[in-house]
Design a protein around this ligand. Structure first.
Ligand SMILES: Nc1ncnc2c1ncn2[C@@H]1O[C@H](COP(=O)(O)OP(=O)(O)OP(=O)(O)O)[C@@H](O)[C@H]1O
Ligand SMILES: [Mg+2]
Length: 409
């Protein structure tokens, strides 16, 4: 029996995807509707054309609705864009009650305190994730509620987005007729789908290689400590191929996907690809080695940028390594090249943990969308969003139950 219905909306640079899922009493997510359409109104994860973006969202939503027979009212919406930033902040309060027992209100005040760092009005706070508590100097407390203490300290991870870019995205979703349950930064959504609790506890980085950007989230002790967006993606690789091979972008994209690899070892310098097969420039051939050299060099540069971003985060070792996901992680040889450049374990992971209509979606390009469903499910599971700063007005539980408004006529 279903406990609730959830909707995920991943508005990406290359595609817009809507997923509808039932969340069962057994904790399982079953996808009952899915719509993916090409996206044309975004650049590097940010909206540059409202009308086109609204149209793509509407199309994706309609497809998911038609497939499921349900109508979408609300959704968990992924937020991307190159200007996502994050920082960590601590808040400290004296425990108020005379019994010296930590109450909900102490936790709330400590988090408020952590939030008092000056954040410019040009930025929107997307997340205030609790990393952990320190109770009278005792570190590593996950849930201090009811503990005896004089002082309570909270460590938070705060993620912000540029306010106007965020508002433009919210505007598009609203104009497409969908209310937002909660905006979730893409990197944290994808991590839900591909990194498990043990990896997060040990220390792991998740990089979602998209068309326009790389969404990066780094975890240790079970929580995120660095969330960023690196402004390069698969489109840069395709552009390089188009320029280097003197082809159109669609042909370059096909060459990359069908014949591309980052692993140059063993490639035959004589091997050629007939471009005419791809419907253009009849009779012309290109060298596969040359194609792959272009791809390898751009991907190497991409991993170097990622390495720089990861180094700047500090935070020590990542024993569980780097998990690659996103459409761009499907490029052959990408994990091997990542391992060589980053000097750490690197692997490509597809999203898991959902059943139902999973035909094309258990692939890396759907990590954000599936992660958004899992993010929403964790709200339902907990009844009360203890991992978040405060319950949204009206209580998320009641609102999710309304996420779907009845059957189609
Ligand atoms: N088999 C493949 N080999 C190489 N690249 C691929 C493959 N399949 C997809 N891609 C690339 O993945 C990218 C799309 O990935 P994804 O769907 O995750 O992006 P997006 O979510 O729309 O974009 P973003 O997250 O940057 O806003 C494209 O650049 C595409 O060329
Ligand atoms: Mg994406």
């Amino acid at each position: 029996m279903a406990q609730g219905t959830l909707v995920a909306l991943d508005i990406g640079t290359s595609k817009v995807c809507a997923l509808i899922a039932e969340f069962g009493r057994d904790g399982r997510l079953t996808v009952i509707g899915h719509g993916t359409v090409p996206s044309s109104g975004l650049k590097k994860g940010a909206v540059v054309n409202i009308d086109q973006t609204v149209r793509s969202i509407r199309d994706a939503v309609e497809r998911a609705e038609r497939l499921s027979g349900w109508q979408i009212a609300e959704a968990f919406v992924g937020v991307g864009g190159a200007q996502i930033e994050s920082f960590n902040s601590t808040g400290q309060v004296a425990v108020a009650s005379h019994t010296r027992e930590v109450a909900r209100d102490d936790i709330r005040r400590a988090i408020e305190q952590a939030r008092t760092v000056p954040i410019p009005s040009s930025r929107e706070v997307l997340h205030v994730e609790r990393r952990g508590f320190i109770v009278d100097g005792q570190e590593g407390v996950k849930d201090p509620l009811g503990m005896s203490a004089l002082r309570l300290e909270v460590e938070t991870h705060i993620v912000t987005a540029p306010a106007t870019a965020f508002q433009n995205l919210m505007k598009c979703v609203a104009q497409a007729g969908v209310k937002v349950d909660e905006p979730v930064v893409n990197a944290l959504a994808s991590a839900e789908a591909v990194a498990n609790d043990t990896e997060r506890e040990l220390g792991v980085a998740v990089a979602d290689l998209g068309a326009g950007t790389i969404d990066l989230a780094m975890f240790n002790e079970g929580s995120p400590y660095h969330t960023r967006v690196v402004p390069v993606g698969g489109t840069n690789v395709t552009n390089d191929v188009a320029i280097g091979m003197k082809t159109s972008l669609p042909v370059a994209e096909e060459l990359k996907i069908q014949y591309g690899t980052c692993d140059l070892t063993g490639l035959d310098p004589e091997e050629t690809i007939a471009v005419s097969v791809l419907g253009e420039d009849a009779g012309r051939t290109v060298s596969r080695l040359e194609l792959c050299q272009i791809i390898e060099s751009r991907m190497r540069e991409t991993f170097e940028l990622l390495a720089g971003e990861m180094r700047s985060a500090g935070g020590g070792m990542l024993p569980a390594g780097l998990i690659l996901t996103g459409g761009g992680s499907q490029l052959a040889g990408v994990a091997e090249l990542g391992r060589e450049v980053l000097q750490m374990p690197v692997r490509v992971v597809s999203p898991t943990g959902v059943g139902g209509l999973t035909d094309s979606i258990l692939t890396p390009a759907y990590s954000t969308a599936i992660g958004l469903l899992q993010w929403g499910a964790s709200f339902l599971e907990e009844g009360q969003p203890s991992r978040f700063e405060s319950a949204p007005a009206g209580g998320i539980f009641g609102r999710i139950r309304d996420a779907i408004r009845g059957l189609f006529p």
